[in-house]
Design a binder for this molecule. Structure first.
Ligand code: SF4
Length: 396
């Protein structure tokens, strides 16, 4: 067949190397490690469980994806998430850290985070992380109550999590916990006890999430078939309210819908997302924002690995945002922050006022007491935080 008869393939968008233009390079990078010991019944993240034989190929594929970069980049934040990054062996973690350092240099005072689960988090794994400059550990504890942990199908016990926190603290001053509320069978007392235990620990940061039943998960099917019952909305709302009052009372400032931090310990990496700034991302299912293009890597782990083993770009989707879409996204993301959106900075960045762009949504939500303007910033009211997802979605 003549070459001219071959249909043109759509060009692959430039989501890796920086073109020669006036944009600043992203100052943040995310790595997705898609391996876990077990897939928890509520989890819909990109990962595989009990397929550790894929890890060496994953590391080779990641090396090939990283080779797309045109040079070494200086970044202010690096975040390794998953999955369970610390499911890798110590030697595999060292290989991963070496790959990262071949392509990214953390600026002085930068933040280098990794997610970890308490089970299997031994000193053999903690040591190379600290040695490589990781300076923030985010632990997926979820609860200190063994019944709740069992319902969530987590692989650790409450006591084990406490022991791991103290051991990790010897190497990582900046330590965060994830906690889940609204778990079937979880009472207010049990949630209060988990919060009380967390506040006695040497933490700098806490993230709290209400359990969601995502389509495609075991929990979603069990909910549908009646073998699992969601907690009443009112109880879930009260649990969130309790987290806000208890954590704030303990000196952990509420700074984003789901996040609380001691002074100077806000997660800098996640703040890049909420500021709608650009960031690199690598690994299956990883979402990036580079050159004004939002793109997501193939979510099927084997597909992503096999493509990159052949040096083929493996994108799930991509979208080049126009000026209005970028501005609307900045509202959607910025309203997640308790400090809200500085209206003058918004106008300077996007060349139009927030009122001009989304006046109707703005008026409607201010009238409904979901939003307020304080000190020239637009932010969620205390009431609005309870229905934040629907309020922010009104601006897209
Ligand atoms: S450990 Fe975390 S990432 Fe892994 S399956 Fe469970 S919830 Fe998902």
């Amino acid at each position: 067949m003549l070459a001219s008869n071959v249909p043109d393939r759509p060009p692959i968008p430039n989501v890796y190397a920086k073109p020669d233009n006036n944009r600043n390079a992203p100052a943040a990078v995310y790595f997705h490690v898609p391996f876990c010991l077990h897939r928890c019944g509520y989890c819909d993240f990109t990962l595989v469980a009990r397929q550790d034989e894929l890890i060496p190929s994953y590391l080779t594929a990641l090396q090939n994806e990283l080779a797309m970069l045109d040079r070494v980049y200086d970044v202010d934040t690096i975040f390794i998430g998953g999955g369970t990054p610390t499911h890798l062996t110590a030697a595999q973690l060292e290989q991963l850290l070496q790959l990262i350092s071949n392509h990214f240099r953390l600026t002085s005072g930068g933040e280098f985070s990794i997610e970890a689960n308490p089970d299997g988090l031994d000193d053999e794994r903690l040591a190379p992380l600290a040695d490589a400059g990781v300076n923030r550990l985010s632990l997926g504890v979820q609860s200190f109550d063994d019944n709740v942990l069992k319902t969530l199908e987590r692989q650790h016990a409450g006591e084990e999590a406490i022991e791991v926190v103290y051991r990790a603290k010897e190497r990582f001053a900046n330590l965060s916990l994830d906690l889940i509320f609204g778990v079937p069978g979880q009472s207010m007392d049990v949630w209060q006890q988990t919060l009380a235990t967390a506040m006695q620990l040497p933490l700098t940061h806490v993230s709290t999430y209400g359990l969601t039943f995502e389509k495609g998960t075991d929990f979603f099917s069990r909910l549908k078939h009646g073998s699992l019952a969601a907690v009443p909305d009112e109880l879930e709302r009260d649990m969130y309210g309790l987290a806000i009052s208890e954590l704030n009372g303990a000196g952990l400032q509420h700074y984003e819908i789901s996040n609380f931090a001691r002074p100077s310990s806000r997660c800098r990496h996640n703040q890049v997302y909420w500021a709608a700034d650009e960031y690199f991302a690598f690994g299956p299912g990883a979402a990036r924002y580079v050159n004004g293009i939002r793109s997501t890597n193939a979510r099927n782990v084997s597909r992503w690995i096999n493509a990159w083993l052949k040096n083929e770009v493996a994108l799930q989707d991509h979208e080049c945002l126009n000026a209005e879409q970028s501005a609307r996204e900045a509202i959607y993301l910025g309203l997640r922050r308790v400090d809200g959106i500085d209206l003058a900075k918004f106008e300077a960045r996007f060349g139009c006022s927030l009122a001009d762009l989304a006046g109707e949504s703005l008026d409607r939500n201010i009238a409904a007491n979901n939003l307020e303007i304080v000190d020239a910033s637009l932010r969620l009211t205390a009431e609005g935080r309870f229905i934040a997802d629907s309020v922010v979605a009104d601006f897209l």
